[in-house]
Design a protein around this ligand. Structure first.
Ligand code: ADP
Ligand code: ZN
Ligand code: MG
Length: 475
């Protein structure tokens, strides 16, 4: 029997607010344990929560970008459970009245269009952190993170492969980062994803029992964990067993998923409206105000790059995958209208240099003006494009002007007609046999002859001119 995989994804995005969801404590990362706390986020009796308006605004903007309906009235609920990182004994979350619902996201996966439904996006607070000391010193709790605003974004069970899950997560991360509502850092846990995965016999229209996967902190682990889990469940079912409803952790060291906890259902949490927080009305006027702050989204920008600059889909995708890179590209194009050349250079030598030095586009030592200065020299034939590429690592590390560096390195292309003619004549004399072949109709030999001339010139001859000279002299 063959099985179909069904996957729905829950994402928790830490919102980039300065203060927490229900109190004024800072959300900064990496500070001494328990220094960013107050009676509200410590869960002391009698302390009252106050809703962070900025967090609500971020949730609404994200919902709008994901084409959700924004509820005119939304409500917070208590999700009750016990764990040492949750001092109140409940998490303030949302249940039946989430701030956003019924959205969608359009993806392209391996060239094919794919739409993923967004069931809901709701606000909640993060828990603290429990750390288990290795030297037998017991466990300690840090509540700095407790109360940090999270937006939980839940898809319908629409995904079918690991590639689709990764494509969805990348696209979602791009949107969150474009909107500036989340820093998108998976390693630090500001973007956490939990795929829910089940199998069903091919052709069936009821869902199988699902397993929720946690502890996945990179795109690569998403792919590995989902792939592993598909294989595991296939094996269980093929052997006549049944899949248990459970939460499993991805163990990246062992390359497998392991059981964390068994079956839990919504009713186990005894959800009820939080009596400390009145229902929140979100006015049409505010929604429109927030809608107006949404700039062009990555997917729209990708399409525009393809349409207006004639870039291939893959290149446009990489450029617009980062707002900073897309901005950098457009800045260059505004200075020098050669989008294809600029795109190639950015995706090649430029990104390679940045990656190697661990620098982000924002803090690139080469501003667009300087990059364009170098590309112009390649465009007008002063140097070859190859020379520009080879020169780039050095150019990147200095503040010397492109023109000066070209002179210092002696990279100026040989474009002088007399010198080129001499070069080409030498090659013709040295390769009588090939010349005869070319004259006999073997046009392909021209490439060999041009190559010889380039070699003799140490790569400095202008290849177009050399090509043209051979044609004239051999005709
Ligand atoms: P829970 O209450 O356990 O979190 P939900 O019904 O809220 O479950 O769904 C959580 C996620 O799991 C959603 O993304 C949903 O699309 C997905 N999902 C639900 N049922 C299945 C299933 N049988 N197989 C795969 N994914 C599922
Ligand atoms: Zn606090
Ligand atoms: Mg769940």
């Amino acid at each position: 029997m063959t099985f179909e995989t069904v996957i729905g994804v829950e994402v928790h995005a830490q919102l980039r607010t300065a203060s927490k969801m229900f109190c004024g404590c800072a959300t900064a990362f990496g500070l001494p344990a328990n220094t960013q706390t107050c009676p509200v986020c410590l869960g002391l009796p009698g302390a009252l929560p106050v809703i962070n308006a900025r967090a609500v605004a971020m949730a609404v903007r994200t919902g709008l970008a994901l084409r959700c309906d924004v509820r005119p009235v939304t409500q917070f609920a208590r999700k009750n459970y016990f764990y040492p990182d949750l001092p109140k004994g409940y998490q303030i979350s949302q249940y039946d009245l989430p701030v956003c619902e019924h959205g969608r996201m359009d993806l392209t996966v391996n060239g094919a269009a794919k739409t993923v439904s967004i069931r809901r996006a709701h606000l909640e607070e993060d828990a603290g952190k429990v750390m288990h000391e290795s030297d037998g010193g017991g466990s300690v709790v840090d509540l700095n993170r407790a109360g940090t605003p999270l937006l939980e974004i839940v898809t319908g069970p629409d995904l079918r492969t690991a590639e689709e899950v990764v494509a969805y997560l990348k696209a979602l991360r791009d949107v969150l980062m474009y909107l500036d509502v989340c820093d998108g850092n998976m390693e630090q846990g500001s973007l956490r994803c939990e795929p829910n995965l089940s199998l069903r016999p091919e052709g069936s229209n009821t869902f199988g029992t699902k397993v929720e996967l946690k502890n996945i902190n990179s795109f690569k682990f998403v792919k590995d964990a989902v792939t592993y889990e598909i294989e595991r469940q296939t094996r269980v079912l093929a052997e006549g067993g049944t899949v248990q409803q459970e939460t499993r952790l991805w163990d990246s060291a062992d390359g497998r998923t392991v059981v964390m906890r068994r079956k839990e259902d919504a009713h186990d949490y005894r959800y009820f409206p939080d009596p400390d927080l009145v229902p929140l009305s979100i006015s049409e006027g505010w929604i429109e105000e927030l809608r107006a702050t949404i700039r062009e989204l990555p997917d729209d920008r990708r399409r525009r790059f393809m349409r207006d600059y004639g870039l291939p889909a893959a290149d446009a995708g990489v450029l617009t995958g980062s707002r900073a890179l897309a901005d950098y590209f457009e800045h260059c194009v505004a200075l020098f209208a050669e989008p294809a050349m600029i795109s190639h250079f950015l995706l090649g030598p430029f990104l390679r240099e940045l990656n190697q030095s661990g620098v982000t586009v924002d803090s690139s030592p080469v501003p667009p003006e300087r990059l364009v200065e170098l590309l112009k020299l390649a465009h007008d034939g002063t140097i070859s494009l190859n020379a520009a590429r080879e020169l780039f690592p050095e150019f990147y590390a200095t503040t010397t002007s492109a023109a000066q560096l070209v002179e210092e390195k002696g990279l100026r292309q040989l474009s002088d007609d007399g010198a080129l003619r001499e070069l080409v004549t030498d090659v013709i004399e040295a390769h009588a046999a090939q010349v005869a072949q070319y004259r006999g109709g073997k046009e392909g030999v021209l490439g060999f002859l041009v190559g010889q001339a380039m070699k003799r010139s140490g790569g400095k001859a202008n290849p177009q001119k050399v090509h043209a000279l051979f044609k004239t002299l051999l005709s």
